[in-house]
Design a protein around this ligand. Sequence first.
Ligand code: MN
Length: 163
Amino acid sequence: MSLETYQKKRNFKRSPEPRPGKVKDSKKGVHAKYMIHEHFASHHHYDLRLEVDGVLKSWAIPKTPSAKESTKRLAIEVEDHPLSYGEFEGTIPKGEYGAGRVLIWDQGTWSGWDEDAYKKGKIELDLKGQKLSGRWLLIKADFRGEKKQNNQWLFFKAPEKDN
Ligand code: MN
């Protein structure tokens, strides 16, 4: 896990966002952090963030996440963010990367990380948030058969299992 891209994209003399710092060991399993930021950037969107191996893996979601069955949201994987970003709320100034207000829209914990599943493009998330909870899926989209190269995923509530 690396925060190099995160660092390169930002000017921390101008942006109030957290400096990357060192990637520390972090919790896996039941107490890993989960949050979604609402980001009033030039294109309003949401940012899903999942604590994995000392960073926040991140996906930008152009439309409001919905727990309604069969409502799939496009989720574009973006650069890893530092863990300290989880508590960040503030306004990124005009002219800076991601300029606009950032608010925490939902937060809690998650489990379900599996490196192989991630590489294969199917993550089953167990979310314990205020707005979103239960089983959710992140599935790599296969637009134009470019599954391996692209960064586009679909984020949606998992259908109830038949028992
Ligand atoms: Mn964003």
